[in-house]
Write a protein that binds this ligand. Sequence first.
Ligand code: DPM
Length: 325
Amino acid sequence: MSPIASSAASTLNRTIRISSRKSQLALIQTYWVRDELQKHFPDMTFEVQTMETQGDKVLDVSLSKIGDKGLFTQELEDSMLQRETDFAVHSLKDLPTRLPEGLMLGCVTERENPADALVVHEKHKDKQIDTLPEGAVIGTSSLRRLAQLRHHYPHLTFKDIRGNLNTRLRKLDEGGYDAIILAAAGLKRLDMSDRIHQIIPSEISLHAVGQGALGIECRSGDDEILSLLKVLEHEPTAHRCYAERAFLRELEGGCQVPIGVNTTIVDGTLTLIGVVASLDGKRLVQDKIQGPVGEAEDLGTTLAKQLRQQGAQEILDEILAENRR
Ligand code: DPM
């Protein structure tokens, strides 16, 4: 048997184990990945193993307080490192920009609309974000959404909200909030696009790094898995997300941070806009950078350094100090 034939045969015999969180959205995403791979590799067996992460368990504490590193990913990562599973499907925005030793981002899938969406209580169905009344209560636990929206709409009130999408929508419908902000992509994947009342324009709020894309994490250099995942890679999304992740990595101070981005690619030129906002919404440090898609990560890093010099570092230091208290 030729070496190629034998390696293909060993792949055929193997069951590929995929790890996933248990939430409805996580499962929809993971099953999509599994079904796509099954279509491409009909003779292989794919098996999904679900697990609970710390982020799924701790529901009563503000996201920004329990913070950061691998909140929604660590248990999945441990199972890959222990070779109990072969790869993990994440919402890319929940995947830390620094991965544990031995793991890598193996694939980035085509992005859904990365924008945030306004979802309103029925009584505001004739309103938009800029016509909600004074004191209207907006539910979000994203510092990024809070800081940018507060900047544009200082008359609105912001209140923490946790739980999965269904829980949040229920809390809204029950009258606990006038409106909530959610990722359009999550609503779309859950087949709840009808709840999207308004797409928040990027001039008002830049989206989170990696928002709307799936990131598939696997063991570094696991060529067998990487060759399978290649069929799901969407290059333009990958370039955009690599630029966004390099930007965040360069700025990150170790807590959930009010950092937003926007990326586009036109004729091989990538444009990255980045913002760092103070929590009171009073200061926004925003700039943009352009260059060849092949230099995506350098562009992200360079823009981050520029923003630092323009005052972003001060804002991040303040938030870090606040979180340590
Ligand atoms: C991260 C944030 C939020 C999630 C912070 C942010 C939103 C938290 C909140 C890093 N992860 O966006 O600034 O609003 O209280 C999350 C969602 C999705 C992935 C839900 C959402 C679905 C969209 C996607 C939670 N993670 O943002 O509404 O796959 O990109």
